[in-house]
Design a protein around this ligand. Structure first.
Ligand code: SF4
Ligand code: SF4
Length: 352
């Protein structure tokens, strides 16, 4: 089959396998990754040592996979009709990033990509390939941009005219020569809404994120202490942060959602802080089975709950906070004590 006919057939199969977006990039170094070594050298990868260690491999997919000729880029949309964290209707106490309300996308998207690969073999016979969803040495977002799945936003997400930025990515790296797609033109124009909305000033410049200041990194990737000067900026965010996507005009139009696997589990949209604070290890494992929240572990999540309680300053959380101050985990205790100090400062200010 010709390259373009094969590519077209694969795209039809991708949609049948549950992908909303599909495009093909050549297995070459994306121009956007030329800035990657400088970004790492300036320390913007923070504690993500795997990124630093894999910097060279990530700059060009052919370094890790010399057989590679094409990268099939796949997207699954996951919006839902729940309000945005920045909306006045988003009542409730804590906040968890939209992508983490349902089942772990790594598992769901990878299963779909594996199914697609099987069907590609039925059409094309034997070929070499690798499937990745966020866990391999492939900078998926850069290849997806080349393949036209979205234009780079100033918030470093990909923007798609129909799907906004609410979509997961996966890739199939293959030795097949396939017809490739064109990148989308810039969609930000003069807008700077995301840069202004970031509560921790994590954008060093448009399109440049200092991960060490980003709430997503701080609440998920950081295993130990969250720097004190950034804790107030975390607000009520418990796991990830959607703010720079919530304010994006390309996300104003709401989408149909990503299906039941990504639908919000009970109590995860604006969760109750006291309930989360009361979770022991067993309850954490039970409640977050097959959920992205497992990544933070109980320690990380309850540390973030302690920070959110400190920021909320609601005296009804006093009992929950005392329990966190007595937790056996020193990281949780330290952040709970920080929150208690904020309570006491507030109380003495109110009494004076
Ligand atoms: S995810 Fe949140 S903290 Fe990170 S850059 Fe966006 S708005 Fe800022
Ligand atoms: S908020 Fe504006 S500047 Fe930021 S990504 Fe969206 S369109 Fe681009």
């Amino acid at each position: 089959m010709q390259q373009d006919a094969l590519a077209a057939r694969f795209k039809t199969l991708a949609r049948e396998c549950g992908f909303d977006l599909v495009g093909i990039a050549p297995a070459a170094a994306p121009a956007s990754l030329q800035a990657f070594p400088g970004w790492i050298a300036r320390g913007y990868a923070a504690g993500m040592d795997y990124m630093v260690a894999q910097a060279e491999r990530r700059a060009d997919v052919r370094t890790a996979f010399p057989f590679a000729r094409s990268v099939v880029c796949l997207g699954v949309q996951y919006d839902s009709d729940a309000p945005y964290s920045t909306s006045p209707e988003a009542q409730g106490e804590g906040w968890i990033a939209r992508y983490a309300w349902g089942d772990d996308y790594h598992v769901v998207v990878k299963k779909r990509a594996e199914a697609l690969r099987r069907r590609m073999h039925e059409v094309a016979g034997e070929f070499e390939s690798r499937v990745y969803v966020d866990t391999g040495p492939v900078t998926e977002r850069a290849y997806a941009a080349v393949a036209g799945l979205g234009a780079w936003g100033k918030n470093t997400c990909l923007l798609h005219p129909e799907h906004g930025s609410w979509f997961f990515l996966g890739v199939i790296v293959t030795d097949l020569e396939l017809a490739t797609d064109a990148a989308l033109p810039d969609m930000c124009g003069s807008c700077t809404a995301c840069l202004e909305a970031c509560p921790t000033q994590a954008f060093v410049a448009p399109f440049v994120l200092d991960a060490g200041r980003c709430i997503s990194y701080l609440t998920i990737e950081t295993r130990w202490t969250v720097p004190e000067d950034l804790r107030t900026g975390l607000g009520r965010q418990l796991f990830g942060c959607d703010i720079c996507q919530d304010v994006c005009p390309w996300n104003r139009r709401r989408r149909r959602g990503g299906g039941e696997r990504f639908a919000a589990r009970p109590g995860l949209v604006a969760p109750d802080l006291a309930q989360l604070a009361a979770m022991d290890e067993e309850e954490f494992r039970r409640r977050f089975r097959q959920s992205p929240l497992r990544r933070a572990k109980r320690r990380g999540l309850l540390r973030n709950v302690a920070i959110a309680i400190g920021n909320a300053g609601d005296l009804r959380h006093r009992v929950a906070l005392e329990a966190l101050c007595a937790d056996e985990d020193p990281v949780i205790r330290e952040h709970a004590e920080w929150a208690r100090e904020r309570f006491e400062t507030r109380l003495s200010a109110a009494g004076s």
